[in-house]
Design a protein around this ligand. Structure first.
Ligand code: DAH
Length: 365
């Protein structure tokens, strides 16, 4: 039952009284200011500005007021709600900023801390290339021979027909061990493995020997006192220069790509006769428009190594009958081959042990 239709005084509707509205607004502002984090603020928003908050409920009462009273009540509530919403928005952005800052601190990753994750190592690119070369010859029926890097002078020089006056024997090129009377050197080439093989095996001989060699060279972009060669030696009945050419063409095409052949230029090595320098067809320009090619520097061909028919004097020195047997030999720089296969202009990264360099060439096993 409705009461008498008296004049409706908004001040008398409790939730709309000024002090009540003020109290709601104060309570809301205090709760907002006290909200310690975004979750708490969410709850404060529900409690003080949500559909069921005292101020929202009071707002609903306005509709029941007579029109003339609505304005004042509406303003009062509206101002209070505005102040609450403003405070909520301000607090929200303060808390968000704090949150973000905290996350930045808490989630900071110290990239210098040691990790428990182990990087996969990678084998040295020259080791991989030496193995690739050895495999390629093993596939042709060769064996892989090895010799010591600290070598007898006789095997490094004399047995290979490098007489005592040969310039390569001077102190300039060779590391000698002390005392000098021991006649021991760091091998200057892999060729002594030829002599070692001939001395210890009977033909037919088909061997390759990849390995380290040493010369007293300055260390720079194209020289190193330690580098790598691969030696090849074949001694059998009826071996000719033609076998050598065919073998090196095959070697070149396997290492540098189909159709990459070699050319021989006459040369001199004491342990081979005749001897030749071997060039490999530039695998980048293939000698077509070579002028602009960076890899062969306009030559169309790239110097690769030396080779020849084994000098009968070497066979004799090692106890092999040159009337029955003949052979061929070759020696290539492994580092050089690697450099032009990979367009590397400075060989030093090959010897400086930076793991990033090695891993750039993959982890092949
Ligand atoms: N040992 C030679 C060098 O270091 C390279 C070489 C040339 C090896 C001719 C050979 C060969 O076996 O037949 O320069």
């Amino acid at each position: 039952m409705s009461g008498p239709n008296t004049d409706y005084d908004p001040v008398e509707v409790t939730p709309l009284k000024a002090d009540q509205v003020e109290a709601m607004r104060e309570a809301a502002l205090a709760a907002i200011a006290d909200a310690p984090d975004l979750d708490a603020l969410k709850q404060v928003r529900l409690d003080h500005a949500g559909d069921r908050s005292p101020i929202a409920l009071a707002n609903r009462e306005i509709g029941a007021l007579p029109p003339q009273a609505r304005k004042e009540a509406g303003q009062r509530i509206g101002q209070a709600r505005g102040a609450i919403n403003q405070a909520l928005a301000a607090r929200q952005s303060v808390l968000e900023a704090e949150h973000e800052e905290r996350m930045l601190v808490e989630e900071t990753v110290d990239v210098s801390l040691p990790t428990t994750r182990r990087r996969r190592g990678s084998r040295h690119p020259l080791t991989l290339q030496s193995e690739l070369i050895a495999d390629l010859f093993v596939a042709m029926g060769y064996e892989v021979a090895e010799g010591p890097v600290v070598e007898a002078e006789w095997l490094n020089f004399d047995a290979l027909n490098l007489g005592p006056d040969h310039p390569a024997r001077t102190m300039q090129d060779t590391f000698w061990t002390e005392p000098a009377e021991d006649h021991v050197v760091l091998r200057t080439q892999t060729s002594p493995v030829q002599a070692r093989t001939l001395l210890t095996r009977k033909p037919p001989i088909y061997v390759v020997c990849p390995g380290r060699v040493f010369r007293t060279d300055e260390y720079d972009a194209t020289h190193s006192p330690m580098f790598h060669q691969v030696e090849g030696l074949v001694v059998d009945e009826g071996i000719t220069m033609a076998h050598l050419k065919g073998t090196l063409d095959h070697f070149a095409s396997q290492l540098f790509g189909d159709g990459i052949s070699t050319r021989f230029r006459p040369s001199y090595f004491p342990f081979t006769e005749p001897s030749a320098e071997v060039d490999v067809l530039c695998f980048v320009c293939r000698n077509v428009d070579a002028e602009s090619c960076r890899t062969c520097r306009g030559e169309g061909w790239i110097e690769w190594g030396g080779c020849g028919v084994v000098n009968p004097r070497v066979l004799v020195a090692c106890g092999v009958d040159p009337e029955v047997y003949s052979g061929f030999a070759f020696g290539m720089g492994i580092d050089r081959s690697f450099m032009f296969r990979h367009d590397l202009e400075d060989l030093r990264p090959l010897f400086e042990g930076d793991v990033r360099f090695s891993s750039a060439f993959g982890t092949e096993i």
